[in-house]
Structures are given as structure tokens and as C-alpha cells.
Ligand binder design. Structure first.
Ligand code: THU
Length: 138
């Protein structure tokens, strides 16, 4: 699995997005340590506070399938049709914290993409510095 393929999978996942209220459709592709990829999209609700982000959909789906260690995530989001969007869809604070539960902050890679070829890459630590995690409770 490489960054390009993972990004393609994020754009593919975006096609399933249910975002009738914001029109902001997001797809995420989560690379698990076993090499498998679990996809997720945002799922909105007429009771707005219940909207779920694409990243958390992917993480919760993966954990439900028994996968708890992850290497990378690619995210693609925007209001446009197709596989090019005008902005990078950075993960929200809640999603960063959910990723922190299962990922090594210094090595977990977060790819945000405007198209398959237009990508930026960060570590989880870079986007969530001085974080609180499971180790703080032991
Ligand atoms: N959204 C995501 O899917 N991921 C994020 O990290 C930020 C926001 C979704 C939630 C909502 O359906 C829409 O984008 C607008 O906020």
C-alpha cells in the first residue's frame, strides 16, 4: 500500500458520504498494521449534533472488525463533485483524539488530499501535540 493508492481509496470512500445538510463530503481510508484498509465516510443526521466524521467512521469500523493498530490515514473532503476538491480536509479535534487512542503519535501518518496527486502529509503528533492518551492512565 502506498500513499497514492490510499488517497485513491479515500476519494472512493467519499462517494458514499451522506452529507445532505453541509454538502461537505468526506472520505477516509485507514491503513491497518496488518496491511488491510478500512474506509469511512461522514454520515450526517437531521439532528445535526449526531453527524459523524469520515475518520471516526473508519476507526470505529476497523475496531469493530478487531483491528486496533493503524499506520496511516488518507482524507479527502470538499463540496465539489469528483476526485478534485479545492481545500485540504484536515481531521477535526475529536477525530485527532480518537486516532490518538490507537496510533503511535510519532509515526502515524495523516495524508490530506485535494486530488490524488496534490497531497500534504503530517504525523499525528504534528497535528495533536502534547496529547493525552491511554498511557496517561496507567
Ligand atoms: N467532517 C469530517 O467528516 N471529518 C472532519 O474531520 C471534519 C468534518 C464532516 C462532518 C460534517 O458531516 C461535515 O464534514 C461538515 O462539518
Amino acid at each position: 500500500m502506498n500513499d497514492i493508492k490510499l488517497t485513491e481509496m479515500a476519494f472512493e470512500a467519499r462517494k458514499a458520504s451522506y452529507a445532505p445538510y453541509s454538502g461537505y463530503r468526506v472520505g477516509a481510508a485507514l491503513l491497518c498494521e496488518d496491511g488491510s484498509v478500512i474506509s469511512g465516510c461522514n454520515v450526517e443526521n437531521s439532528s445535526y449534533g449526531l453527524c459523524n466524521c469520515a475518520e471516526r467512521t473508519a476507526v470505529f469500523c476497523a475496531v469493530s472488525e478487531g483491528k486496533r493498530r493503524f499506520k496511516a490515514i488518507a482524507i479527502a473532503g470538499g463540496t465539489e463533485e469528483g476526485d478534485t476538491v479545492t481545500g485540504y480536509a484536515f481531521p477535526c479535534g475529536a477525530c485527532r483524539q480518537v486516532l490518538r487512542e490507537f496510533c503511535d503519535p510519532s509515526t502515524f501518518k495523516i495524508i490530506v488530499a485535494r486530488s490524488i496527486d496534490d497531497r500534504k502529509e503530517f504525523t499525528l503528533e504534528g497535528l495533536l501535540p502534547s496529547s493525552f492518551g491511554p498511557d496517561n492512565l496507567s
